[in-house]
Design a protein around this ligand. Structure first.
Ligand SMILES: Cc1cc2nc3c(=O)[nH]c(=O)nc-3n(C[C@H](O)[C@H](O)[C@H](O)COP(=O)(O)O)c2cc1C
Length: 157
C-alpha cells in the first residue's frame, strides 16, 4: 500500500507528528499553505472567528494533488474552533478520496480529534477513516503505538 501525508500546521505541533510519520513511513508529504498566513495565536483566533461568522473560505496556495497512486492518506491538522481549519477541509473536499484509507491526526489544546470526526466523515464519504490519532497539551497521544498500527496496515495490504 502506498501512503502520502497531507497536513497543515501553524505553530509546529502537527508538523512534528507529520515529519516523524514521514520519516517512519518513508512516504511523500504535502503541506497545505494558506494564501495568507495566520500569524500569531491571538490574530489567528480573531481571524478564524471572523471567517466563521462570515462563512468565508480562505484560499490555499497548493494545487490539488493527483492521488491515484496512493491508497492511504494521512491527514494532519490542528483543531481550530472544534473543527478542521476551513481551508484544510476545502482542500480535502477537492481531493478524490474514493476507496482510500484516510488516517487523520491532529494537535489540539483541550478538544481532541473526536470533535472533528462528523465533519471529516462528510468530507470522506467514499473513503474509510481509520486510526485517528491526536495529541493535546495535557494529554499526549502515544505516537509509537499509533504509527505501528499504521505501518502494519500499510505493509499488509
Ligand atoms: C485559531 C485557533 C483555534 C483553536 N481552537 C482550538 C479548539 O477549538 N480546541 C482545541 O483544543 N485547541 C484549539 N486551538 C489550539 C490548537 O489546536 C493547538 O495549539 C495545536 O497544538 C496547534 O497545532 P499546530 O502547532 O500544528 O498549529 C486553537 C488554536 C488556534 C490558533
Amino acid at each position: 500500500m502506498k501512503a502520502i501525508i497531507i497536513y497543515y500546521s501553524r505553530s509546529g505541533n502537527t508538523e512534528k507528528i507529520a515529519l516523524q510519520a514521514q520519516k517512519d513511513m518513508k512516504c511523500e508529504i504535502i503541506k497545505i499553505v494558506p494564501e495568507e498566513a495566520y500569524g500569531n495565536y491571538i490574530s489567528s483566533c480573531l481571524r478564524v472567528t471572523k471567517e466563521k461568522k462570515a462563512a468565508a473560505a480562505p484560499a490555499f496556495t497548493n494545487p490539488i494533488p493527483d492521488l491515484t497512486d496512493y491508497n492511504m492518506i494521512l491527514l494532519g491538522y490542528p483543531i481550530w474552533a472544534q473543527d478542521l481549519p476551513r481551508f484544510v477541509s476545502d482542500f480535502i473536499s477537492q481531493c478524490d478520496l474514493t476507496n482510500k484509507i484516510v488516517v487523520p491526526f491532529a494537535a489540539y489544546g483541550m478538544s481532541g480529534i473526536n470533535c472533528t470526526m462528523n465533519h471529516l466523515q462528510k468530507l470522506c464519504v467514499n473513503a474509510e477513516i481509520r486510526y485517528p490519532f491526536d495529541s493535546g497539551v495535557f494529554k499526549k497521544g502515544n505516537y509509537d503505538i499509533w504509527i505501528k498500527q499504521v505501518l502494519k496496515e500499510c505493509s499488509e495490504t
